[in-house]
Design a protein around this ligand. Structure first.
Ligand SMILES: [Zn+2]
Length: 110
């Protein structure tokens, strides 16, 4: 398993006593604390991405709902805005899904 060296932030083994990049002495306590912090950071990042995909869905639904119920005239400004809002919501959602997948797939914590 790899952790970030507390001193130089390069990837080192959690089994190593000292960093093989900068020679920083990593105690078991340090390694554990770093690991815990990274897990927490990852969790917060995932939560934030999930919140963002939720907002993206709301944005998409808003645009779509306006198109569906508002029936703006094709070519009108309202129609263009509704289309734009739909596209932004959709693209934002896809980007967030990909980022969540990438976060989950990172092998740092096995
Ligand atoms: Zn180091």
């Amino acid at each position: 398993m790899l952790i970030d060296c507390p001193a130089c932030k390069k990837k080192i083994s959690d089994k190593a006593d000292e960093c093989n990049h900068c020679g920083f002495h990593v105690t078991a306590v340090d390694a554990e604390a770093v690991l815990r912090k990274e897990k927490m950071d990852k969790y917060i990042r995932q939560q934030s991405l999930q919140t963002q995909s939720f907002i993206a869905v709301l944005v998409f639904i808003t645009g779509f709902g306006f198109m569906y119920w508002g029936q703006p005239e094709v070519g009108s400004t309202q129609h263009s805005i509704a289309m734009l809002v739909c596209v932004i919501g959709f693209v934002w959602y896809i980007i967030n899904r990909v980022r969540i997948l990438l976060t989950k797939r990172s092998k740092v914590f096995g």
